[in-house]
Design a protein around this ligand. Structure first.
Ligand SMILES: [Ca+2]
Ligand SMILES: [Ca+2]
Length: 171
């Protein structure tokens, strides 16, 4: 927990425009690694943004770092991101909207696409979701009785504000 608290000022820095932290500078001593303060999982780097933003603002921030809101291609990837998120919140069992993922159907109703261009083969909707043609952006809803259920998705209004992760490939 202490290390988490120490990270918070860094995240605030990242959010307030110190974009220079993200590229290159931390990578002078290795061939393939993540920028400083990003978390490496497999072939990807993740950064958590606890300051809640609208979906498109969140995606734009990720683009500026050379990444996207994460696509979720299978159960394992879903769980990886959810477990990361649990590390940033005090009590993950309280039901509340958790974070944006990179899925939206803004171009055509019910034609969901990942912002990183990954083909959509995997869905993990919460029961009775998606339920609205006005709700075009997808969040992890964090409702249910166990980690698997809490990772399920809800279509939400894109102008709602949510926490989010950015993800980019190792470089
Ligand atoms: Ca919808
Ligand atoms: Ca919904």
């Amino acid at each position: 927990m202490a290390s988490m608290i120490q990270k918070i000022p860094l995240m605030v820095l990242l959010l307030t425009g110190f974009i220079w932290l993200s590229e290159g500078e931390a990578c002078t001593k290795c061939t393939k690694c993540c920028p400083q303060y990003w978390m490496r999982v497999g072939e990807y780097c993740y950064q958590y943004f606890g300051n809640k933003m609208k979906f498109h603002d969140a995606e734009n921030i990720c683009n500026r770092f050379g990444g996207n809101l994460p696509s979720i291609r299978n159960e394992e990837e879903s769980n990886t991101i959810y477990q990361l998120w649990k590390g940033f919140v005090d009590d993950s069992t309280i039901v509340f909207s958790a974070y944006w993922i990179g899925l939206r159907d803004t171009i055509q109703v019910n034609k969901y696409e990942w912002t990183d261009g990954t083909p959509v083969h995997y869905y993990n909707w919460y029961p009775a979701e998606p339920n609205s043609s006005d709700e075009d952006c997808v969040e992890v809803v964090n409702a249910g009785y166990n980690d698997d259920e809490r990772q399920q998705w809800n279509d939400a209004l894109c102008d709602q504000v949510r926490s989010f992760f950015c993800r980019k490939p190792l470089n």
